[in-house]
Structures are given as structure tokens and as C-alpha cells.
Design a protein around this ligand. Sequence first.
Ligand SMILES: O=C(O)CCC(=O)C(=O)O
Ligand SMILES: [Fe+2]
Length: 341
Amino acid sequence: MNNLESYPPILRNYCHHYHHHHHDSNIDDVAQDYSDPVPVIDLELLEEEKERFEDACKDWGLFRLVNHGIPLTLLKQLQEEAKEVFSMSYETKHATCSESPITYFWGTPALTPTGTALCRGPKNFNWVEGLDVPLGQLSKFQPQLPKLDSIRLLLMEYETHLSRIATTIFKVMMKNLDLNNNNMMMKQTECCSYVSRETGMVRMYRYPACSDTSIGWGMEVHTDSSVLSILNQDDQVSGLQVLKDDQWLTVKPISNTLIVNLGDMMQAMSNDKYKSVQHRVRVNKERERISICYFVFPSEGAVIESPNYKPFTYNEFREQVQQDVKALGYKVGLPRFKHSC
Ligand SMILES: O=C(O)CCC(=O)C(=O)O
Ligand SMILES: [Fe+2]
């Protein structure tokens, strides 16, 4: 591991013995062959290839998006700049929390910001650092650090693409689910209530390499609470795994593709026809991994209604999740809102 001072102190202690192993040859899990069981969906052919798209939503809850219209240069530049931001010293990153809406965390993001993970022991937290970026606020502030300001501008450009993609995908889903004339949709004026730009966010992650196999996960098994999540993952280093038919599959890094996963809100809106997919992130032994994840949510106050569920808003869902994590240590999620509960 190079650039030791960029890592949170506990991570340094656990991984510093490793850096002399770092070399680029002999990396077995870089995708060289493009065979990957993950369904490939062409953004321009969502309606033409309806069946393939429907199967991906029902059987996988995840797909690989191609022909997404985001310039490859933008995807790569974001990856590079995210890497640079993470390579700043830990103290610098930590200090950015207090000066801008962008917040830095490490350990478990769900339980949050810094500090709390310290007392839980090095093997009990997630092997990840992250930056939380509320997209609705990007145009309203200017970070002092030039690196942060530069990534802020890139993210603003990226966000216009992501919201276009999320809206396009969501509209076709609503059509396929035959929800266009549904009560839920009629009450809210537009589908945009369910894929809101204002509440969208990006989380950038760095998963440090770690050869210590007793170290747990980059991120433990979970489903996303979002409507949709769109992931720009490192195009060299793998880590993301998805549960399909009770088996864990590694989602290969393939340049110029995005990974879209359906979140809990989408599963509820579809009345469980579509799946909010379970996934996790493994720690890579040899190389650190960067991923940039976009989450889109319903707008504040948008009510989710479907036969299996009591009507609820995303805010109610989020609060319930926070409460459960605090009280039980894990997220219960959708079952809390089912009629049978
Ligand atoms: O880093 C990744 O590949 C996935 C991250 C993720 O699952 C999440 O942020 O919810
Ligand atoms: Fe996730």
C-alpha cells in the first residue's frame, strides 16, 4: 500500500506490511474475457428488447448498461480524480467534512461518519473510505481545495447524464409494469417525483487493498434503499458481487459500461415483481478499488403505493432503517412496510 498517510490510521496498521507485494502482473481477476453472465442492456434499445430488460429486472435486479451516452473520457476522468481526492492525507479528507456538504467517512457508512467505528475493532468495520456528495447542493458551494472543486464540476456534468439515464430507465419500467395509469402515478404529477434530481446523491469509494484474509468485507451484504443505483466501477479491479439464484457472482469490471441495480423503492413500486438485488463488495488482495455510485430516490413527500405495501414515503423508510440499524444492528428494510407486518 503506497501513500500511507492517506489511509485512516487503523487501516494503515493493518495493511502497511503489505505494500512490497504490490505489482501489476499476475492479477487474475482483471476482466480480459468479456463473458459475464450479467445481462447486458442497451439504453437505446430498452423498448425494442423489452423481454430481455424485463427478465433482468425480475430475475437479477441488476444489469450492465451499454450505449449509455456518457463520454468514456468523463467516466475515466471521474475515476482518476476520485483516486486523487482519496490520495490526499487522511487529515485533509477528514477536515473537508466541516467545510462543505461533501462528507468523508470510513468504516461503515450506514452507521456513519468517522469515529464510531474506532472502538469496534479493526475486523468489524467495512474496509472502505467514502465521500458522500449530495448532488442537489453541488452548484451552491465552492470547496477551498482545488481537487475537490475540480471533482465537483465533473460531478455536475456527470449528474446531468445520470438523471437522464435514470429517468429513461424508470419510464420504461413504469410502462412495462403498466403503472402509467396507476393511482400512484396519477397523484404525483410526473414520474420525476420518483426519480428526483434534488435528492440524488453520489458516493465515491476507495476500497484499500488488503492481503489479510481475516479482514471482512469492503461492504457487507445489503440491498440499496434507492429507486435505482448506477455504478461506475473501477475498470481494472473487481470486488462487487451479486446474489443470483443463491450464488455469489463477481460482476466483472468492463470499461465503458455502467452497472445498474434496482433498489428497495423500485421493488416496492413494482409490487415485488422486480427485485432489489442483494450485493456485497469483497476486498481485493492486490489492488485498491475505486467506485462511484449514484443513487436516485423519490422526491420528498412522494408516496409509494402498491398492493403488497402500506403507503409510505422514502423519508419514512429511511428513518425506519436508521432506527433498526441502531436498535438491532441491521437493516430490516421492506418487510417493515408490508401489509402482513
Ligand atoms: O462499490 C461498489 O461496487 C458497490 C457499492 C454499493 O453497493 C453501495 O454503495 O451501495
Ligand atoms: Fe449497494
